[in-house]
Ligand binder design. Structure first.
Ligand SMILES: Cc1cc2nc3c(=O)[nH]c(=O)nc-3n(C[C@H](O)[C@H](O)[C@H](O)COP(=O)(O)O)c2cc1C
Length: 442
């Protein structure tokens, strides 16, 4: 294995086969009839691996609310653990990051699933830790617990999972045919955890996985989200539409990690970007317009209303949401404030807001040539606004093909991205070493 070049970005892709730009599945050539099958998502994954991306990333929601509002973008057609297991069998190098909420599972289940994926993929598993704000009614819970409670549960959940992953010492498997003992039981330890939310005896029932512990990714930019991420995560997903706030976020985040005794370079800050690419600026603008023309505006109104928890049914598309309708309540999350800035500070009308959110969902988007988009990405990277990007394909498969065929080669030519994989694990791709067992810290 060759170490990752520190000048290289981390590049993952948010795998939404219906296309990141809302309603782009309505475009010709979208393969929307294949959603939920393996072949389509495999073809996208192969493109990502051929482009040498660090990882594919699957989000997850555990409800059909968005589908029922006419939005299939963040659909749950691809349940992360099952689709990643299938894709593990057909890929070699690309990292496999899946979202699993800490609100609906038990640490013992998650620890086994992720460690199993890590074993079977040869060390390519990653877990995106989310606390979820929706879907509780599908698990017998009437209303979502407040964010502080959800994050307390998440913090304990992750702690238990880490203890379970490390409950087997690296050399616990002795495979001793003569003695008839496959494991050295002295090297496998119960965890005896008793906490606010979980009681787990342990140990886990499988050996420590190839990466030691699967990569941990966290997507939350609020105080408790950053607290958890800076304590445990190897990668941070974040919505950062503007460079300066991203520079601030990056610096704050790295400082928080350093204050916890971690090497700031070991935590990769990865904002999303949605590139709409053309051979000329005019061509890219035309494509952006073409994408916008596929939007179902009435559904968009409902979606924005749901995101902002506002009744927008009477508002004209050409009017702005009155500033007084917005709230300061931090419980509404960091993404709400991004929408608020666009509406109140930038003065977007409801129609403009619908189009903007359909493109980016709060992330940065850019229509331009591959060279211009690469300029922007390199500027962010060199300015310490990020360590790389989560690439949001505006439409599939065509929009992702443009990213892989035009944007990634541009970054490679300028020396900002690998042309060959350095090793075989997701940690190799991120430039992270295999972690020592947390048992050794005690
Ligand atoms: C790139 C990215 C991907 C996310 N994926 C999911 C997801 O798949 N499921 C989910 O429930 N939340 C997801 N989230 C939402 C976060 O978990 C979190 O709820 C959100 O960022 C707000 O958290 P905060 O209030 O701590 O900022 C994602 C966020 C980002 C930035």
């Amino acid at each position: 294995m060759t170490p990752k070049n520190p000048k290289h970005m981390v590049l993952t892709t948010f795998m939404l086969p219906a296309g990141y730009h809302k309603d782009s599945w309505r475009m010709d050539g979208s393969r929307s009839d294949e959603l939920a099958n393996l072949e389509f998502v495999y073809d996208l994954t192969k493109m990502a691996e051929d482009a040498k991306l660090d990882a594919i990333f699957f989000g997850d929601i555990v409800h059909a609310n968005t589908v029922m509002r006419g939005d299939i973008k963040m659909n749950g057609f691809y349940e992360p653990m099952t689709v990643l297991s299938a894709l593990a069998a057909r890929t070699k190098n690309i990292g496999l990051i899946g979202t699993v909420s800490t609100s609906f599972s038990e640490p013992y289940n998650l620890a086994r699933q992720m460690a199993g994926l890590d074993h079977m993929s040869g060390g390519r598993a990653g877990w995106n830790i989310v606390t979820s704000s929706d879907g509780f009614q599908n698990y017998g819970i009437k209303t979502a617990p407040d964010p502080a409670t959800r994050y307390r549960r998440a913090t304990e959940f992750v702690d238990v999972v880490q203890q379970l992953w490390d409950s087997w010492e690296d050399d616990a498997v002795i495979n001793d045919k003569e003695s008839g003992w496959y494991v050295d039981t002295e090297k496998i330890h119960p965890i005896n955890h008793t906490g606010e939310f979980f009681q787990v005896q342990g140990p886990i029932n499988m050996p420590r996985s190839p990466q030691g512990r699967p990569v941990l990714v966290q997507a939350g930019s609020s105080g408790p989200g950053m607290e958890l991420g800076s304590s445990v995560a190897d990668g941070i997903y974040t919505a950062q539409p503007l460079k300066e706030p991203s520079v601030e976020f990056y610096a704050k985040f790295k400082a928080m990690a350093a204050a916890k005794g971690r090497n700031p370079q070991d935590i990769k800050v990865i904002p999303g970007i949605l590139p709409i690419l053309g051979d000329t600026q005019a061509e890219a603008d035309e494509l952006a317009e073409h994408l916008a023309n596929h939007l179902h505006l009435d559904n968009g109104r409902v979606q924005v209303g749901a995101d902002l928890k506002m009744d927008l049914s009477e508002l004209d598309f050409n009017d702005k949401i009155p500033a007084s309708w917005f709230s300061d309540d931090p419980a509404l999350g960091s993404r709400y404030q991004i929408y608020r800035r666009k509406s109140v500070d930038q003065g977007m009308t409801l129609r403009e807001l619908i189009v903007d959110l359909a493109r980016s969902t709060g992330h940065q988007w850019m229509a331009g040539t591959a060279s211009a988009v690469a300029d922007r990405m390199i500027d962010w990277f060199d300015s310490k606004a990020c360590d790389g990007f989560n690439l949001n394909a505006p439409f599939n498969p065509g929009g992702f093909k443009l990213i892989c065929d035009k944007l990634v080669p541009e970054l490679q030519e300028r020396g900002y991205f690998r042309t060959e994989y350095e090793g075989t694990t997701l940690r190799d791709n991120f430039g992270l070493s295999r972690p020592a067992s947390i048992r050794e810290r005690v």
